[in-house]
Design a protein around this ligand. Structure first.
Ligand code: ADP
Length: 637
């Protein structure tokens, strides 16, 4: 029979397949098995609707590697194809996703293999044609169900066309034989003939195909009669093994599954030695139909807070894995979640680009976000110790989520936040804080520093503690950025106790402080002048109890934020408007007044030392330590 040409677009696709880069090649087996499974589904469905009396147990997909002949054969006893169907289905690309695919293929320059071409192949389920990634020749024998017993064979060696001839075939169904390419210097193809490689590929991609995928495995065993000998002998034998587990764990009922089942699955699938802190198993029907099985790991992977970490859930379409890491399914704030989603609503041949615009996927992603949130909420309310552990590992990510989303996620995430509380000496939610607020308290107070102990010792905390106000201690870099993004909670604003306009004094106190400041104006102005650019203001404060000075900030940028921003590798340095506050009741204030009157030149040294002391208490290093130390010494001797 004469050779027929592929349709133009098919030819182009074939060329792409044949030249595709190595890493994508292994998916060919998934594609063939999934076609076989579809064909079996069709026959099974027909049997059920037309009472043909076929039982599910009769169906199987068989894999036959032949190392000598260098062929790999995949057979099924599904619906099969007529001659016309062989021509139509395998001669053109006119099915499902393939059509869109064609439009996305960029023009291919002579001899070039642009990375764009390659990523297309990796992202698409490319169906039958992927066989050409590993084969120099593909032979498809098929006998349709309900035909007149005739069978046909379709043969192609790639882009130059195909032939269809009649042939003999005993059973109904399809048999696809791949003549595996010869190895090249760079690429090995014969590994697709190794039984363990095949077994692993099936486990990886097709474990949950609902029909058994079988293969005759060559094995070796101890000869029973020689087992007590000095030199026991071994013999080879073959055994047919079913390579897929067929029923995915996520499709099973929760009531049938133990914690051990879930944990075992997690460890196996996601390569973690440690059991997860939480398992979320959802089966949802309605606006989106899907099963999801998700895990919250106990510890952050070593690369979690680096650019290398890739978030995402595995994506299955009706039991067939179509994407290893679908990032669009997971919001950034829950990027630590591992797991998978299986939905009938998604087509197998869907590209990453198409997925991004897929309405169904968006619905699923939204519902997953909600589900993870409610799981965490449950843990927060019922298992606080466990939640605190979780928070240590991943709390920062949720805080980043609030900050990076410019507050878009605040509403949803703020009730997951916990911060260390000065009064509870433990973590508390903002909601809990607010219910404990004093009657005369109108803000949620927080303080930033390196450790809880250091914050607790800050001069600024004294006055608030005196009034019985609770303070949240923020020790992570992202904390203050997150809290500022929130702005308020239940109409209560967040306020840093390190800010210059804290205003916790009552009316009389305020008046008094104002008067002291007015009286000391020339002194304060001179101090400010000598400190120059380093401070925005020097003033007397009523909020300090035992400490001589403290540093606060008057703008939106706090000294702590300045510190965080400047620790990042940028040229532009951030600068907070720092205010040096002096305790009006501390003897140092009297001393300063005295120096101002009698030894004005020394005031600069005093201002400098006090400013540096304030920096130290805040946990910020002094700008010129040597100078600071020598000034201190000069005063002491
Ligand atoms: P898709 O599976 O996306 O439709 P493919 O290129 O993989 O695209 O296959 C094209 C068509 O060939 C399928 O839709 C199906 O009708 C037919 N086909 C492929 N493999 C088999 C098979 N093993 N048995 C019966 N029909 C098959």
């Amino acid at each position: 029979m004469s050779k027929k040409q592929f349709k133009a677009e098919s030819k182009r696709l074939l060329e792409l397949m044949i030249n595709s880069i190595y890493t994508h090649k292994e998916i060919f087996l998934r594609e063939l098995i999934s076609n076989a499974s579809d064909a079996t589904d069709k026959l099974y469905y027909k049997s059920m609707t037309e009472n043909l009396g076929l039982s599910r147990g009769e169906f199987e997909i068989f894999i036959i590697p032949d190392k000598e002949a260098k062929t790999l054969t995949v057979t099924d006893n599904g619906i099969g194809m007529t001659k016309e169907e062989l021509e139509k289905n395998l001669g053109v690309i006119a099915q499902s996703g393939s059509l869109n695919f064609k439009n996305d293929i960029p023009d291919k320059g002579e001899g070039s293999e642009s990375p764009d071409d390659m990523s297309i192949i990796g992202q698409f389920g490319v169906g039958f044609y992927s066989a050409f990634m590993v084969s120099k020749k593909v032979v498809v024998k098929s006998k349709p169900y309900g035909g007149d017993g005739e069978a046909f064979v379709w043969t192609s060696e790639g882009a130059d066309g195909y032939t269809v001839d009649s042939c003999s075939k005993e059973s109904v169904g399809t048999e696809i034989t791949l003549y595996i390419k010869d190895n090249t210097d760079d690429e090995r193809y014969d590994e697709f003939l190794e039984q363990y490689r095949i077994k692993n590929l099936i486990k990886k991609y097709s474990d949950y195909i609902r029909y058994p995928i079988r293969m005759e495995m060559k094995k070796s065993r101890l000869k029973e009669e020689t087992k007590d000998d000095d030199k026991p002998e071994y013999e080879d034998y073959t055994e047919t093994e079913t390579l897929n587990s067929m029923v995915p764990i996520w499709k099973r009922n929760k009531s049938e599954l133990s914690e051990e089942d879930y944990h075992g699955f997690y460890k196996d699938k996601f390569m973690d030695y440690t059991a997860p802190v939480s398992v979320i198993h959802d089966k949802t029907e309605g606006s989106a139909t899907y099963s999801a099985l998700m895990f919250i790991p106990k510890k952050a992977p070593f690369d979690y807070y680096t650019k290398e970490y890739e978030k995402g859930l595995q994506l299955y379409s009706s039991g067939v894995m179509i994407m290893e890491k679908c990032a669009d399914l997971l919001p950034d704030h829950f990027s630590f979640v591992k797991g998978l989603v299986d939905s009938e609503d998604l087509s197998l041949n869907i590209s990453r680009e198409m997925l991004q615009h897929d309405r169904q996927l968006k619905v699923i992603a939204k519902s997953i976000d909600r589900s993870i949130r409610s799981e965490l909420k449950k843990m927060l309310n019922n298992e606080r110790e466990k939640y605190k552990e979780f928070w240590k590992a991943f709390g920062a990510q949720i805080k980043f989520g609030i900050y990076n989303g410019f507050g878009a996620n605040s509403e949803n995430l703020r009730d997951l936040l916990i911060f260390y509380s000065s009064s509870e000496k433990d973590y508390a939610t903002i909601g809990e804080y607010v219910t404990r607020m004093k009657e005369n308290q109108d803000a949620i107070y927080y303080a930033c520093g390196e450790t809880f102990e250091r914050i607790d010792a800050l001069p600024q905390t004294e006055a608030l503690k005196d009034k019985g106000f609770e303070i949240l201690y923020l020790i992570e870099n992202v904390d203050e950025f997150c809290v500022q993004m929130l702005g308020e909670y239940d109409e209560k604003p967040f306020k840093s106790i390190q800010s210059a306009d804290l205003e916790i004094e009552d009316g009389d106190e305020k008046e008094e402080i104002k008067k002291i400041n007015d009286d000391a104006k020339p002194l304060l102005t001179l101090m400010k002048e000598s400190l120059g650019e380093r401070v925005a203001d020097v003033r007397v404060s009523g909020r300090l109890k035992s400490h001589p000075v403290c540093l606060s900030s008057s703008g939106a940028l706090s000294t702590q934020m300045e510190k965080v921003l400047n620790s990042m590798p940028t040229d532009k340095k951030a600068k907070a408007d720092k205010v040096l506050e002096i305790n009006s009741t501390h003897p140092i204030f009297g001393k300063l007044k005295e120096i101002y009157e009698n030894d004005r030149d020394a005031l600069g040294t005093y201002a400098d030392i006090l400013y540096n002391q304030a920096l130290l208490i805040e946990g910020i290093s002094v700008e010129n330590p040597a100078d600071f130390v020598s000034k201190m010494c000069a005063l002491m001797v």
